[in-house]
Structures are given as C-alpha cells and as structure tokens.
Write a protein that binds this ligand. Structure first.
Ligand code: DC
Length: 230
C-alpha cells in the first residue's frame, strides 16, 4: 500500500488559520488545487449567517436570536473550478457576503458560543462528506474544529502589509484598512470562545514581503512530506 494512503482518506484535513489579510484564502485555494483537495472557507459561513441577519433585521449581537436563526438556515459551500460558491438557503451569495456591511458585523456573529457550535458541526460534516482531503481555512480550525488535522499552518503578516493587501483588493485607503484590520484582530483574538491563536503544533509562516508563489512553496514542502506525495 502507498505509505500516504491512510493520510488521504475521507476527512483528511489541512488546517490554515491566521488573521485577516494574512493570505489564508488565496493560499488555501491554491494549496487545495495543488493537492487535489477540496477547499473550505469557514469564514464564508459566518458571513452568510450575518448577511441573513442583516437582511431580516435580526440583531447580530443577540446570541440566542442568532443561534435560532442558524437553526433555520441552510448554508452550503460548493467548490468549483474557480473557487468556492456560498449558498444561503439556495441563493448564491458569494459576492454579497464580501460587502463592507457584512465585514463590519460578522465579528459579532462569530462571538456567540451557540453559533460557533453549530458552525463547527457543519464544518466537520463538510470535511467528512466525500472521499479525499480538504484544506480548511479560518481562525479556529487547528485549535478547535480539527485539532487532529494531519497538518496545520498559521499564516501571519505585519498589520501594514495586511492593510496594503486589503486596500489593493478593495480600492480603499491603506490607513483605513489598517484601522479596520486591527479592530478585527482585537475582536478575533479577545473573544471568550475559540479566539484566534496559533495551535501548538501549527507551522507558523510570516508572509510579510513574500509573494504568493513563495508562500505556496513553503506550504507545499511540508504538505508533500506529511501526505507522502511525490
Ligand atoms: O476570514 P473572514 O474574514 O471571511 O472571516 C469572517 C469573520 O468570521 C471574522 O470576524 C472571523 C470569523 N471567523 C471565525 O471566527 N472562525 C472561523 N473559523 C472563520 C472566521
């Protein structure tokens, strides 16, 4: 039997955590493509629920209302050729979950223990649903959702570099992006449940000053080794 076989069976998870703008999404997508794995952007699930709350005028700060909302919400993620589609009750909301209004409100959604519990269940089901592996990115993937992931990365970069990347995407001003990033870091790191932090067994990669190809090479080396790929 191929020595890597058991590591690539259903439920094989590579976890990528890190703060906003660290390059997680781009790199998780590229790594998944290189490995022939599916890809799961867990933040998209928190964003989809937030979008529904905003549309319905439900208070994102109300934990029990948000948990009740999640219970009557169908969130699906589909991986296709050009990335992931996010379906909210059957509607493709992939673009709408990236608006500033959702980005501003989503940290409240992600702070509620009952909401997180529901999301973790959905994420685990996603990873087990099909044969083959999955690259999962988020904030608590290596620490809480998949503590037994076969490989864990923690990506980071300086706040000003992360702000520059965000500004390049959004067309906004780097100074404003940096303020927003520091606010989100604070919310993600200080929440009581599943705060953003590096898992003890995660490989930390500082992506400051590196381009996408350079970071991908740093992920692929350990991934090939760990998964016994050629
Ligand atoms: O990665 P992102 O910007 O799409 O994440 C959106 C929000 O969801 C952000 O506030 C962090 C939170 N999040 C989380 O708490 N846990 C995850 N596994 C993924 C995202």
């Amino acid at each position: 039997m191929h020595p890597g076989f058991p590591l690539r069976s259903a439920g094989t998870v590579v976890a990528i955590d890190g703060p906003a703008g660290s390059g997680k999404s781009t790199l998780a997508r590229l790594l998944a493509r290189e490995l022939g794995f599916r890809y799961l952007d867990s933040g998209a699930m928190y964003r989809a629920l937030t979008l529904k709350a905003l549309r319905e005028g439900a208070g994102v700060r109300d934990g029990s209302a948000m948990a009740a909302l999640l219970a009557r919400t169908d969130i699906r993620l589909e991986t296709g050729g050009e990335g992931q589609r996010t379906l909210l009750d059957g509607e493709d909301v992939s673009a709408e979950i990236r608006t500033a209004a959702v980005t501003e409100a989503v940290a409240h959604t992600a702070a509620h223990p009952a909401v997180r519990e529901g999301m973790v269940g959905l994420q685990r089901r996603f990873a087990l649903q099909e044969e083959g592996g999955v690259v999962v990115e988020g904030r608590d993937i290596g620490t809480v959702v998949f503590p037994d992931a076969v490989l864990k990365f923690y990506l980071d970069a300086s706040p000003d570099e992360r702000a520059r990347r965000r500004a390049a995407q959004s067309g906004g001003r780097p100074e404003e992006e940096e303020e927003a990033i520091l606010r989100r870091d604070g919310a993600d790191e200080s929440r009581a449940v599943a705060p953003l932090r590096q898992a003890r067994d995660a490989l930390r990669i500082d992506t400051t000053g590196l381009d996408v190809g350079q970071v991908l090479a740093r992920l692929l080396g350990p991934a090939r080794e760990r998964l016994a790929l050629p």
